[in-house]
Design a protein around this ligand. Structure first.
Ligand SMILES: Nc1ncnc2c1ncn2[C@@H]1O[C@H](COP(=O)(O)OP(=O)(O)OP(=O)(O)O)[C@@H](O)[C@H]1O
Ligand SMILES: [Mg+2]
Length: 367
């Protein structure tokens, strides 16, 4: 599943990048092309190589093989301080004894920027992250979200061409994280800086990034917009990693130009497109819970129609989730928005139900 370099305009490109520690690949043959001004997320579970990849971009880690090309220049041999890149680390330690103002000014002073310019730049950064009235405070006098914004201001102060963020919101609790995601995107977009961010939180990647690279065991499995990755995962791992999904293993039994059929233990699934596969091959069917309809009365359809018993229900305010057990014991997750159902047809525990989906709903996975 090697990724072709996407056409032309890669502002930042990695070409077959590899990093081995003691012979074990932490990053394995990664070729990416990242556009100018985009927020690009590296998404994957702990230990999959996200930080190592980011550290190679920053120059803190030397690639075992491959190259890093920024704006047409191979920067592999450049030390970190000669790269127009700033990296905000996984634990963005602010200097505890310095004020917000001095934290932001730190890198500029070290660079020998004239005093007047430093003052103007720090002021601009404080305004950007909306902390103008907090300039004299020390980090411990700020909330987690405010500290995060100081760290961001400090990273942006030198006006890097490329900003690398390693778990930028990792230190925040869930609620604050969600609020800060939008703030962060607004700030990054208003500066127009190209940004590669690392996260293990798929909702965060979906909310913030223009494109996502899903990683596993050092490899990039798929690159795409949040929608592409959600709607058209290219393999079982990505389908399962992003959002909720029902997966049915089966065998390809019909494959025509505009339709195919997959025979599973739970029955035959009709799909509204062909896959140019080989009859008899093992494939998986992936169906998102919100693409499945559920009712107590039999609908007027005769394909992709199944039956089961409601075993669990969870109400989430705006939507409900049903866990339906099929006759063979297989459990299926179905979600339904709360606006769609009338009192009279409420579904409850132990109800026998029908569930079905359109032939455009399933994705056939061959990998
Ligand atoms: N300096 C090192 N020496 C040896 N192995 C390392 C080194 N740095 C990282 N590794 C290994 O490389 C793999 C990838 O590590 P990395 O830190 O890139 O993961 P990650 O995706 O950032 O994980 P997390 O989400 O937990 O931060 C891990 O198996 C890790 O143990
Ligand atoms: Mg990491």
């Amino acid at each position: 599943m090697n990724l072709p370099l996407s056409a032309g305009d890669g502002f930042l490109r990695t070409d077959q990048l590899v990093k081995r520690f003691d012979g074990v690949a932490a990053v394995d043959d990664v070729s990416l092309s990242i556009h100018k001004g985009e927020i690009f997320a590296l998404l994957g579970s702990s230990g999959c190589g996200k930080s190592t990849l980011l550290r190679m971009l920053a120059g803190f880690e030397k690639p075992t093989e491959g190259s890093v090309i920024l704006d047409g220049v191979d920067i592999a041999s450049f030390p970190p301080y000669e790269r127009p890149i700033n990296m905000m680390f996984q634990s963005y330690a602010l200097f505890p004894h310095l004020t917000v103002w001095d934290n932001i000014a730190f890198g500029l002073k070290r660079e020998g920027m004239p005093k007047g310019e430093i003052e103007a730049r720090v002021q601009e950064m404080l305004k950007l992250v909306q902390l103008e009235t907090f300039a004299k405070r020390k980090p411990h006098q700020l909330s987690g979200g405010q500290q995060q914004r100081v760290a961001l201001a400090r990273s942006l102060a030198k006006r890097p061409q490329l900003l690398l963020l390693d778990e930028p919101l990792g230190a925040l609790d869930k609620k604050l994280r969600e609020r800060t995601q939008f703030e962060l995107v607004n700030i990054l977009e208003s500066v127009g800086v190209t940004c590669v961010m690392v996260t293990h939180d798929q909702e965060e990647a979906m909310a913030m990034a223009s494109r996502i690279a899903v990683m596993s065991h050092g490899r990039v499995l798929q690159v795409g917009t949040p929608k592409e990755i959600y709607e058209h995962p290219n393999c079982r791992f990505v389908a399962d990693f992003i959002g909720n999904v029902n997966m049915f293993e089966g065998e390809l039994t019909v494959d025509e130009a505009d339709r195919c059929e997959v025979t599973t233990e739970q029955g035959v699934v009709n799909v509204g497109h062909g896959i140019s596969g080989t009859l008899g091959m093992s494939v998986a069917i992936a169906v998102r819970p919100e693409k499945i309809h559920i009712d107590k009365t039999r609908p007027d359809v005769n394909v992709n129609l199944f039956t089961g018993k409601v075993r669990e229900i969870a109400y989430f305010g705006s939507y409900n989730t049903f866990i339906v057990e099929m006759p063979g014991g297989r459990r299926v997750k179905i979600t339904e928005t709360n606006t769609t159902r009338h009192e009279s047809s409420l579904i409850t525990w132990e109800d026998a139900v029908f569930f079905w989906w359109d032939d455009s709903a399933p994705v056939v996975l061959t990998q």
